[in-house]
Design a protein around this ligand. Structure first.
Ligand SMILES: [Zn+2]
Length: 164
């Protein structure tokens, strides 16, 4: 039980991302982000400059976007939240030509590697021509509105876009 209590432990010396803006021990502080936006996943932080955050194993450094009871690499139980780099390179991709109704095709489904070595599954967006993606191309994190509910609240998703 003592080990379980360590899960999700909050380091009070650092702000912790919980979806929108920053959260200081449960008190949400918006950083220039519209309160009418929510992130599509918990690990997308909608700060002034959006970023992704991971749960990093305190022992071996393995990183996970979802919450884990134990590290799949070393088996230990302690994690801390870490902001990952927004710059990345394209490591693998697939150009998708068939998708559910309403989804524009073709689009590029990819695995990118951030500058600090984190693998991220995401789409490559804002491409002039999806057929011209290349392995190793330089990318940056970007966000976009992927849906709006009846009350006008925007759902914000992330992807990576080419940078020069
Ligand atoms: Zn580990």
């Amino acid at each position: 039980m003592a080990d379980r209590m360590k899960l999700g432990r909050i380091d009070t010396s650092k702000p912790v991302c919980v979806g929108i803006g920053w959260n200081y021990l449960g008190v949400s502080v918006s950083k220039g982000v519209s309160p009418k936006q929510i992130a599509i996943v918990d690990y997308l932080c909608l700060a002034t400059e959006p970023y992704l955050c991971v749960n990093e194993c305190s022992s071996c450094g393995a990183r996970y976007f979802d919450r884990r009871n134990a590290c799949a690499n070393c088996g230990l139980h302690e994690f801390s939240q870490v902001r990952i780099a927004n710059s990345a390179i394209l490591k693998a991709f697939s150009i998708v030509h068939n998708a559910a109704p309403g989804i524009q095709v073709p689009f590029v489904s990819a695995i990118v590697e951030t500058q600090d070595g984190t693998s991220v599954r995401a789409n490559i967006v804002d491409l002039d021509d999806p057929m011209k993606v290349e392995l190793g191309m330089r990318l940056g994190l970007t966000t976009y509105v992927c849906g709006i509910d009846n009350e006008g609240t925007e759902c914000v998703a992330f992807g990576y876009t080419p940078v020069t």
